[in-house]
Design a protein around this ligand. Structure first.
Ligand code: FEO
Length: 166
């Protein structure tokens, strides 16, 4: 059993996770459009991960006898200045999601909701990974600069990412 307040907060988190998926799908589209198939693949895997995050929250609400409420998903931006701008935005977005997850933990603690707090531990750890991955790519891309050869090398490397991996 979860409180109505917690149910609403988790439903809002479902919306944020699906928006994250949408944002990364938009980035995948532009990467592929620019010819960076590897970056596109990385963002497509990220898109799938975000949907799986949304589904974890979806299942949790149902397991707790709550009601899932799906709201409209905001349209993501469809143009980005460069691959670096996309990864910088992805990193910033993950920091925003981390804050949101931490807000849920704060609410769970305030309500003495041990079950939700326990479920959220996975997400707290996951956000550390999510931020680290995006930040690492931003650092590498910044080091490479606008060099075509360097970007193509990184494109090949990131294109090896598989769903279910890191
Ligand atoms: Fe679901 Fe990237 O946080």
């Amino acid at each position: 059993m979860i409180s109505k307040k917690m149910e609403k907060a988790i439903n809002e988190q479902i919306n944020k996770e699906i928006y994250s998926a949408y944002l990364y799908l938009a980035m995948a589209a532009q990467c592929e459009n620019l010819g960076f198939k590897g970056f596109g693949k990385w963002f497509k895997v990220q898109y799938q991960e975000e949907l799986s995050h949304a589904m974890k929250f979806f299942d949790y609400i149902n397991d707790q006898g709550g009601r899932v409420e799906l709201a409209a998903i905001k349209q993501p931006p469809m143009t980005f200045k460069s691959p670096l701008a996309m990864f910088e935005q992805a990193y910033k977005h993950e920091q925003y999601v981390t804050q949101s997850i931490h807000g849920l933990v704060d609410l769970a603690v305030k309500e003495g909701d041990h079950a939700t707090n326990s479920m959220l531990k996975w997400f707290v750890d996951e956000q550390v990974e999510e931020e680290a991955h995006a930040s690492e790519i931003v650092t590498q891309m910044s080091m490479i600069g606008p060099s075509g050869a360097g970007l193509l090398y990184l494109d090949g490397k990131l294109g090896k990412r598989e769903a279910g991996g890191d």
